[in-house]
Every structure is written in C-alpha cells, then in structure tokens.
Design a protein around this ligand. Structure first.
Ligand code: SF4
Ligand code: SF4
Length: 189
C-alpha cells in the first residue's frame, strides 16, 4: 500500500478534529490490520479502515472526507472487536461523516447520507427508531414511492413493522442527548 499525502497538507488538523469528536486515540493504532482483515465492506471500498487511520496519522487533509468507506461502513463493530488497541472505529466513522457534511465534501453516489439523516430525524422525533416514518422519509427523499411496496402486505402480516411508534421511548431524554451533542460539537470546532 502506497499512501501519498499532498505536499503542504500534512498539518494533522483533520486528525485532531476526529480525535476530539470521537474521543478515540488514533495514535494508538500500530497498523496490525486486524480491523481491515475482518471488515465487512473492505473488499468494496477504496481504503480499508487501517489505511484510513494511517492516512489520518500522516496528516491527510479534507480530501480524506471523500473516501467511500465513510459512507459504506455499516457500523458492524467487527473492527472494534478485533482491534488489540481498542480503537472504536464506529465513533471515528461517525466523526468523519459529520465532518464530511459540515465541510461539504463530495459524498460518493448513493442514498446512504439520506438514509442516515432520515434515521436520525425519526429517532429525534419519536425517541427511538420508527420504521414506517423512516421508510416514508426515505421514499420522499428518493422519489421512489412505489418501489418495493409489493412487499408491504407480507411485512405487515408478519408484524415486522409497527404501525405506531413505540410508546416506551423516553423522548425528552433523547432530545436532550441530541441537544447536548449539538452543543459539544459547537465547542469542539
Ligand atoms: S486493528 Fe486496531 S491497531 Fe490494528 S490496524 Fe486496525 S485500528 Fe490499528
Ligand atoms: S464498523 Fe465499519 S469499518 Fe468496522 S468492520 Fe464494520 S464496516 Fe468495517
């Protein structure tokens, strides 16, 4: 693996931002690559997780925010479970996604960011995920109103999706978490 960092860009600003936002000590990574060997999606992306960390360590700039792993990662935590240094890659990916949106990085084609945003909005409103609202928001966003609707009767019959949002969710606490996260993000900038 040859990693090229553009001259003059190696200032570690992005590394420090990711460290602050994720709370992960990325300097602890010693490139054993156990994360990449077990990564669910590493065969389908430009850079496996260990390479992404190495690029950050070497001082990659905002061009790294266009890496497709950031949006292809499915947060399965396999890398975290395998890492001898306890590097929490899911938190790192969350930080990179947030920075990619904030800095208006070119996001790879596909509807992952839209799904991500629809998911977070439903959690914020209903206190936990509410599949019907998530599906509706996603379909409106992609203008794919009729796609896969033939499966809906079977899904409903098997009670895989609830008609109403969960009553047990503590909405006030969840909204407080969102508010606190927004305030913390403001402080870290
Ligand atoms: S498993 Fe952990 S220490 Fe090894 S390369 Fe991946 S992040 Fe770094
Ligand atoms: S959490 Fe993401 S980076 Fe880690 S193994 Fe899963 S898909 Fe790969």
């Amino acid at each position: 693996m040859t990693i090229r960092i553009k001259k003059g860009q190696a200032n570690k600003l992005l590394l420090n931002q990711v460290k602050n936002m994720s709370g992960v000590d990325l300097d602890a990574c010693y490139q054993c690559k156990k994360c990449s060997c077990g990564c669910t999606v590493s065969g389908h992306v430009q850079s496996p997780p260990s390479e992404l960390i190495r690029r950050l360590q070497l001082g990659a700039g905002d061009e790294l925010l266009e890496n497709d792993l950031i949006w292809t990662c499915v947060s399965c935590e396999t890398c975290f479970a395998r890492c001898p240094m306890g590097i929490d890659m899911v938190s790192v990916m969350d930080a990179l996604r947030t920075l990619a949106i904030e800095k208006k990085a070119i996001i790879p084609e596909g509807n992952v960011p839209l799904f991500n945003s629809a998911f977070l909005k439903t959690v914020k409103i209903f206190g936990r995920t509410y599949d019907l609202a998530l599906m509706t928001a996603y379909k409106i966003g992609t203008s794919s109103y009729l796609r896969d609707t033939d499966k809906l009767p079977i899904i409903m019959k098997k009670k895989k999706i609830a008609l109403l949002p969960s009553l047990g969710a503590n909405r006030k606490t969840v909204r407080r978490i969102f508010k606190k996260t927004r305030q913390n993000k403001g402080r870290l900038k």
